[in-house]
Write a protein that binds this ligand. Structure first.
Ligand code: GUN
Ligand code: ZN
Length: 438
């Protein structure tokens, strides 16, 4: 692979910003460059200094005056729900039963799964997302399509075959044995191939019998390095029903705790309505609560107390995600716009530095993968997003009055979407689709 020098305004976080004026928390180079060798960042910093380290005749790509950031990371999506977005339902359980479960049944067909996978990765890259964590359907065919396409594009992706053995249509059910065997097969076929990571994926306690939860516990014990993803405390009716199904558990969180599913690699979608006890349990386990703002608003699930959870004496680790297709946008910019508004409604402040930290390094740390993704540090993958804060007439006009980096980021988050994404690099290769694929 040829070396590249990618020039523009660099922004990369070193740690979580403590305030809007915490300039120590990030690296910003107004005329910066990245030297990319073999798909990795070899050097990052001032253009002249980095250019001096580059071989003669290196290919130069000039993105000035645009910003270059680490590619966005989306911590919770559903690969088989691209055609579920914008489904009109009163709440989570109606939405699942009426639209989502029937749609996921189609992924038993490998041709359908492969077609949707192409679109899925096109949308990620169109929106500047270079890594995502997704649920496939119950069918192994869907996981095969998901990971095969990730490998074709060289992307770092996390995903799992959903395990579910009750409370869904017949075409969407496995059994404890099948769920266990097929998850093992997905691990054997895909984990560690290319940049793929398999996650153990019991959908949520409503769709798994105690026997299946035991099977997930066995998998978690056999593969302690794998991510575990599931849903937690998204909606009041869901919580009530879940606790009826597991009467021996203290609360919703306790169900997962009893099956040994809570640890530093556990990603819990939503986790909106937690008691103090549950938040303590998650904090002690080091499990991650994944905030899905567009989904929480769209399904009317509730207002996630992100800032309150982060500043507890026992803080809960937090990440951010689109939750396609309960979520309504593939854009992590739009996602943080809605996250901001949710905190506003809760009387909290979420500043733009924190938002951009969360979409990049914050999510990488939630995956314990900040040594490979989420920053522009030398040695990490050259997975990048290039952003233009003036891609539309209205944004261009507003940019005329923007004076600081923080203001520019806030404009990008508030008004930006895929039009603000100039290019998306995966391992140093420009990958943003130039045309809509059909
Ligand atoms: N809980 C269980 N399955 C799902 C899903 O597909 N989407 C959302 N938002 N919540 C869930
Ligand atoms: Zn989900």
């Amino acid at each position: 692979m040829t070396d590249k020098l990618i020039r523009g305004r660099l922004l990369s976080f070193k740690r979580a910003p403590l305030s809007l004026t915490d300039t120590e928390s990030y690296l910003y180079e107004s005329d910066g460059a990245l030297l990319v060798v073999d798909g990795k960042i070899k050097a990052a910093g001032d253009y002249a200094a980095v250019k001096a380290q580059a071989p003669d005749g290196v290919e130069e790509i000039d993105h000035r005056p645009h910003l270059i950031l680490p590619g966005f990371i989306d911590m919770h999506m559903h690969f088989p729900q691209m055609q579920v977005i914008a489904s009109y339902a009163a709440n989570l359980l109606e939405w699942l039963n009426t639209y989502t479960f029937p749609e996921e049944c189609r992924f038993v067909e490998s041709e359908h799964a492969a077609r949707i996978a192409t679109h899925f990765y096109d949308e990620l890259l169109r929106h500047g997302t270079t890594t995502a964590v997704a649920y496939c359907s119950v069918h192994k065919t869907s996981a095969d399509a998901y990971f095969a396409e990730a490998m074709r594009r060289g992307m770092c992706m996390v995903g799992g075959k959903v395990m579910m053995d009750r409370n869904a249509p017949q075409g969407l059910l496995d059994t404890p044995e099948m769920g266990y065997d097929e998850t093992r097969q997905v691990i054997a076929d895909w984990h560690g191939k290319g940049r793929n990571h398999v996650a153990i994926t019991p959908r949520f306690a409503i769709t798994s019998t105690p026997a299946q939860m035991e099977a997930t516990q066995t998998l978690a014990q056999e593969f302690p390095d794998l991510f575990i993803q599931t849903h937690l405390s998204e909606n009041h009716d869901e919580i009530r029903y879940t606790c009826e199904l597991y009467p021996e558990a203290f609360d919703y969180t306790d169900i997962y705790a009893r099956y040994g599913l809570l640890g530093k690699k556990t990603l819990l979608g939503h986790a909106i309505h937690l008691s103090e006890r549950e938040a303590d349990v998650l904090s002690e386990a080091g499990a991650v609560a994944v905030h899905c703002p567009t989904s929480n608003l769209f399904l009317g699930s509730g207002l996630f107390p992100m800032k309150a959870l982060m500043r507890r004496e026992k803080p809960v680790r937090v990440a951010v995600a689109t939750d396609i297709g309960g979520g309504s946008s593939y854009s992590m910019l739009k996602t943080m716009d809605e996250a901001y508004k949710i905190q506003q409604l809760l009387g909290e402040r979420l500043n733009p530095l924190e938002s951009f930290y969360l979409m990049t390094r914050g999510n990488a740390e939630a995956l314990s993968m900040a040594d490979d993704i989420g920053t522009l540090e030398p040695g990490t993958a050259a997975d990048l997003v290039v952003l233009n804060a003036a891609p539309t007439p209205a944004m261009k006009l507003r940019m005329e009055t923007v004076k600081t980096l923080a203001e520019e980021l806030f404009l990008l988050q508030t008004m930006g979407d895929d039009r603000a994404v100039v290019e998306t690099y995966v391992s140093g290769n420009g990958m943003k689709p130039k045309h809509a694929s059909m």
